[in-house]
Design a protein around this ligand. Structure first.
Ligand code: NDP
Length: 261
């Protein structure tokens, strides 16, 4: 009896998400791509959302299938409320369920506050914060019906600690933390966990766009002395998506090599 119990709780990442359906927004490249590949490896059917990068999203699905997994692309601009409604309907029509929602889609439009335009502010808030509201608003009813589910919002250490030149981005990512905690409280009684992941400085096109000097300074501020990878973030998302984290909700966990401690 004792042995059976311990085996039930043994950590087996492979197959842990078998039978689950996951939507990862902005999964054609960067961190979203790593998350999609990881969840698929764990057995989930992964819906690879894209906005501009259709070809790259198709390549992610190809990679998933080559590794023996299952996935498909789903186009949608997450900042568009109505379009998110249509995406939700499409998913439920086809799969009749959704178990994991990863709100990863995000953009930057950096500028000092004195120079930041209204358009730069609005665009970043619409994508990073309202985008997550849009998907959660349209999909949470299914999580509630199922009485289970995992919502994981990709925030940022900029949302935890602020960052010069990123007032719009930091506001959106701090807003995501408030959204996470409020929705976590609303859905907790029905077995739905809602958490935020706050990456530090991760090697993607977003950070490659920064100047050499900015990158150098950022890396110098990381106690672990190295830039993170998409896989570093995906590892935590995998844990939060699976059943080993069933008693964890409303949390913000940094994946940042110690940057924000
Ligand atoms: P990338 O710039 O590499 O990728 C951004 C992704 O977001 C793309 O897949 C893009 O899709 C998607 N996206 C942007 N706008 C929309 C939209 N309107 N609708 C749907 N998808 C959209 O960024 P990262 O991979 O680096 O970042 C992923 C997430 O992690 C973001 O939320 C970012 O803020 C966060 N983060 C990143 C850090 C880093 O150091 N890289 C640090 C902390 C947080 P498409 O190309 O199809 O338009």
């Amino acid at each position: 009896m004792e042995k059976e119990e311990s085996e039930k709780n043994a950590y087996t990442a492979e197959g842990e998400l078998a039978g689950k359906v996951a939507l990862v927004t902005g999964a054609g490249r960067g961190i979203g791509r790593s998350i999609a590949l990881t969840l698929a490896k764990m057995g989930a059917v992964v819906l690879v959302n894209y906005n501009g990068s259709r070809e790259r999203a198709l390549e992610v699905v190809e990679e998933i299938e080559k590794a023996g997994g299952q996935g498909e692309t789903i186009g949608c601009d997450v900042s568009d409320y109505e379009a998110c409604g249509r995406m939700a309907e499409e998913i439920i029509h086809k799969y009749a369920r959704l178990d994991i929602l990863v709100n990863n889609a995000g953009i930057t439009k950096d500028n000092l506050i004195l120079r930041m335009t209204e358009a730069e502010y609005d665009k970043v808030l619409d994508t990073n914060l309202k985008g997550a509201f849009n998907t959660i608003r349209h999909l949470s009813r299914y999580f509630l019906k199922q009485r289970s589910g995992k919502i994981i919002n990709i925030s940022s250490v900029s949302g935890v600690a602020g960052n010069a030149g990123q007032a719009n981005y930091s506001a959106s990512k701090a807003g995501l933390i408030g959204l996470t905690k409020s929705v976590a409280r609303e859905l907790a009684g029905r077995g739905v966990c809602v958490n935020a992941v706050a990456p530090g400085f991760i090697d993607t096109e977003m950070t490659n766009a920064l100047s050499g000097k900015v990158r150098e300074n950022a890396i110098a501020s990381i106690p672990m002395g190295r830039i993170g990878s998409g896989g570093d973030v995906a590892g935590l998302v995998a844990f939060l998506a699976g059943n080993r984290s069933d008693y964890i909700t409303g949390q913000v966990i940094c994946v940042d090599g110690g940057m924000a401690m």
